[in-house]
Design a protein around this ligand. Structure first.
Ligand SMILES: Cc1ncc(COP(=O)(O)O)c(C=O)c1O
Ligand SMILES: [Zn+2]
Length: 424
């Protein structure tokens, strides 16, 4: 296998100590700080260009020089390349001028942005020669590890909080994964997974493979910049659970600048979205606290974002402050309302995390924190078909009629034909 000279190693985010990239290591021995993949951007720069990226198939791997694999991807070669949708009808409803939806609700194969992180993590697991892989999950990650794991012939074991939506549990088991429901919160599931990793040495994508895994999220940022014509938006609103995605989108912008792909400095303001029933990071930002206070018992319909003690919470809050952005959280009712708004203006059915992100966007605009005349990108990260229960109560049950015109007329109150616009 070719060696990737661009990756310097795994760097501690607290003290900067560099560790070799050759092992599934995830925290610093000196201070338990999380590790992150570090690249030599001067070395990368001569090997990348806009034309080179654009000549490749439209998926996340067109940016492979800035991803941490040693060889070619072996898991999820078609992941990514989702649309950046200009959302004029939604913009009008929100009273803003220029708005885009980054639509990862249609990511391949499991309809969330998690396919990006999982394809990197499992390709890496194979490079390490691992056969048994798994994760702790709030749902979407479970779907993705199960699907991509089975496509790669890996054994998968997946642990989730027992109260997860049925659709997410069956949408994991269907791929043949071993699913274990744990009576506890996500944070308890995650602690158990850390113990499992230490005991058995398996490849858990968001535990010991986490430094590699998280890099996959950068491709959301690369795609946003490319689709805007190789530039950065002024404002990005992003959902937060563990707090990794928001930081990686920003890291992607910085890397495009560091490698000379985009000449302008990054001045994007980053905004984080959470549900009020589990808001450790937004509470931290709003209160001016340096570190988040863990939420012991999350309570929200937005289960995919319900992480009470987020691994990257500290870094997410810092990034939001440093870029001049902000964070907010919203009620379950606001989440549902925003899911309907997105569906009814843009024809995009997002899951509860998308409702959260859009409702927070609306709130930040109303607060005057995001100016109405500047460019906004809203990150929609998961599909509404997975959390349909959330909107059932807000929708009327359709009425059943007999298959007769009389019943149709009686129901609709329409006696005369309605004039259709003339076809020219
Ligand atoms: C749909 C969806 N959006 C966003 C996130 C947040 O990602 P992160 O944990 O990187 O903050 C998750 C995490 O589970 C998710 O499932
Ligand atoms: Zn350290």
């Amino acid at each position: 296998m070719a060696s990737n000279d661009f990756v310097l190693g795994l760097k501690c985010r607290v003290c900067g100590k560099l560790y070799p990239k050759t092992a599934a290591r995830f925290y610093c021995d000196d201070d338990t700080g999380p590790l992150e993949v570090a690249y030599d951007y001067e070395k990368v720069a001569p090997h990348v260009s806009r034309a080179k990226f654009q000549a490749r198939p439209r998926n996340m791997w067109r940016y492979k020089e800035l991803l941490p694999l040693e060889g070619e991807p072996t898991v999820g070669p078609q992941v990514g390349g989702t649309p950046l949708v200009r959302a004029d009808r939604l913009a009008e409803a929100l009273g803003v001028e220029r708005l885009w939806i980054k639509n990862d609700a249609v990511n391949f194969p499991t309809l969330s942005f998690k396919d990006r992180v999982v394809s990197v993590a499992l390709s890496k697991a194979r490079e390490f020669g691992m056969r048994m892989v798994g994760c702790a999950s709030t749902g979407n990650l479970a779907n993705s590890v199960a699907a991509l794991g089975s496509s790669a012939g890996l054994e998968t074991i997946i642990l989730v909080p027992a109260d997860l939506e049925k659709t997410k549990i069956y949408g994991t088991a269907v791929y043949g994964a071993r699913v274990i429901k744990v009576a506890g919160t996500y944070d308890q599931v995650n602690r158990l997974c850390t113990q499992i990793v230490q005991e058995f040495g398996w490849g858990f994508v968001n535990v010991n493979l986490r430094p590699f895994y998280a890099e996959g999220s950068k491709t959301v940022g690369f795609e946003i910049a490319e689709d805007l014509g190789w530039r950065f938006p002024q404002h990005v609103v992003c959902p937060m659970a563990g707090g990794a995605l928001i930081g990686k989108i920003y890291k992607a912008f910085q890397e495009l600048h560091a490698t000379g792909i985009v000449h302008h400095q990054v001045t994007t303001k980053m905004y984080g979205a959470q549900a009020s029933g589990c808001n450790p990071i937004s509470e931290c930002v709003k209160s001016g606290r340096e570190r988040h206070k863990p939420i012991r018992t999350p309570h929200t319909i937005c289960k995919s974002l319900a992480i009470g003690d987020p691994a990257d919470g500290y870094f997410a809050a810092q990034l939001i402050r440093n870029t001049g952005g902000w964070a907010e959280d919203v009620s379950d009712a606001e989440i549902v309302e925003a899911m309907l708004l997105l569906a009814r203006t843009e024809g995009i059915f997002a899951e509860t995390a998308g409702g959260t992100t859009l409702a927070v966007t609306k709130k930040l605009i109303e607060q005057g924190r995001i100016p109405r005349n500047e460019e906004i990108v809203v990150c929609i990260t998961g599909n509404g078909l997975k959390t349909q229960d959330a909107v059932f109560e807000a929708l009327e049950e359709p009425i059943t009629i007999k298959p007769t015109l009389a019943e149709f007329k009686a129901l609709t109150g329409l006696d005369e034909p309605v004039a259709e616009p003339a076809l020219v």
